[in-house]
Every structure is written in C-alpha cells, then in structure tokens.
Design a protein around this ligand. Structure first.
Ligand SMILES: O=C(O)c1ccccc1NCC(=O)[C@H](O)[C@H](O)COP(=O)(O)O
Length: 212
C-alpha cells in the first residue's frame, strides 16, 4: 500500500519527512486551510524532494488556469481536487497532471462516482466535515464494500498513528494508498516525526498496489 503525507508547510519538516520516502507529499493551495502554502512558496524548497516522491498540489474549487500555472511553476505531477469540481474540469486538468478527485463521504459513497471514471487517475475518499479537508475524523470504511468501479483510490480521513495494523488488513481490491494528515501533527502543518516513524514502521507498504 502506498503512502501520501498531506498538509506539509515547513521546510525543515520536509527535509525530515523525505527520509521516510513517502510515495506522495501533498501541499494545500486553499486560503481556507490552516495548511495553505500559497504565501510560503518561496520558503519551501521543493528541490529537497526527490523525484521518486510525487508532489501533489491540493485545490478546492480553483479555476483550471490557476491550477495549471502552479503546476508548471513548481513541477507538481499530481493534482488533488478537493471541492465540488466537475468531471469536465477533471478532464481539463488531466491534460497536464494526474488527477486525484476527492469525495467526502457521509453515510455512503456518492452515487455519481461513475461520472468521474476515465477522467481521474485516482479517487480519494475523505470524511465529510466542517472543513473541506484535514478534519481528523474517520468515516465508516465498510461503506467502501459497495465500491465496484475500476479507478484505484486513496483512503483518507482521520487516519492516526495507531492505525497501521488495521489498514494492513483491509481487503478492498482497489485500495491504492492511504493519506495521512492532521492526526500526525504537533500543530497545523507541522508533522510529528516520531508519530510518522511509528506508523510507517508498521504499515505494509510493499504489498502490490492496484496501479502504478
Ligand atoms: O488539510 C487541510 O487543511 C485541507 C484543507 C482543504 C482541503 C484539503 C485539505 N487536506 C487534504 C487532505 O488530503 C487531507 O489529508 C485529508 O483531508 C485527511 O485529513 P485528516 O482527516 O486530517 O487526516
């Protein structure tokens, strides 16, 4: 299972996180988030991040022109669309980056997922909450048993340092990666290295994932 660490904001924190070789690192471009990096970009040294770690830019209801200019300027390979973006916008964005489309789960997985097949590289299931993301609250994963589409997905929402053994046992055929954020923080945007270390030691990251 692959690993995405999301909501990174701090240069020296990044330098330590890359030592764990996560598969994806997520940076938030949304003014409504405590983890927004839009005003800190000159301070973040993206060159510290090896090319083997995919850089994900996370947006909420942003226009495609702005997304494209950020991708090109900072070399993001993946775009996470965390708002109410349409399949049409996913298709536009897919012309210049891989697309991770987020669905915020309430009681069930959304009924319109099929509309997004073919225009997204991945889905990401997060918990519906007060904020668009980073709420730190899990949803009931049993609702994913109903998932019968072909797009691989990231599992997110309130995943914490003690969850690795539980995650290792999940048997969802299209589960591609797990995404962690606020439950590994000492403050918003600052990851606690010890918590990450504990989790990563236990997470089975070498099992074959459904898609490269
Ligand atoms: O983290 C944020 O502040 C955020 C704000 C707005 C949109 C997305 C955001 N985070 C994106 C993520 O992928 C998070 O990792 C995901 O929501 C899970 O967060 P958490 O429940 O804290 O693990």
């Amino acid at each position: 299972m692959k690993l995405k660490i999301c909501g990174i904001t701090d240069k020296s924190n990044i330098a330590r996180i890359v030592n764990f070789h996560p598969d994806f690192l997520g940076f938030i471009f949304f003014s409504g988030s405590q983890r927004d990096v839009s005003d800190r970009l000159s301070y973040i040294n993206f060159e510290l991040i090896p090319v083997s770690i995919k850089k994900v830019a996370v947006f909420v209801n942003e226009n495609t022109h702005t997304i494209k200019s950020i991708v090109q300027k900072y070399g993001f390979t993946h775009i996470q669309l965390h708002g109410d973006e349409s399949p049409e916008q996913c298709k536009e964005v897919q012309t210049f980056a891989s697309v991770i489309k987020v669905f915020r789960v309430q009681q069930t997985i959304p009924s319109n997922l099929g509309d997004y097949e073919g225009c997204c590289n991945y889905f990401l299931f997060d918990t519906y909450g007060k904020e668009y993301g980073g709420n730190g609250v899990p949803f009931n994963h049993s609702v994913i048993s109903d998932y019968n589409l072909t797009t691989p997905f990231f599992l997110s929402g309130g995943i914490g340092p003690k969850d690795a053994l539980y995650l290792n046992k999940l048997k969802f055929p299209k589960l591609y990666a797990v995404d962690v954020n606020s439950r590994f923080e000492s403050e918003p945007g600052l990851k606690d290295i010890r918590k990450l270390e504990q989790f990563i030691k236990q997470l089975n990251r070498h099992e074959l994932s459904t898609q490269q």
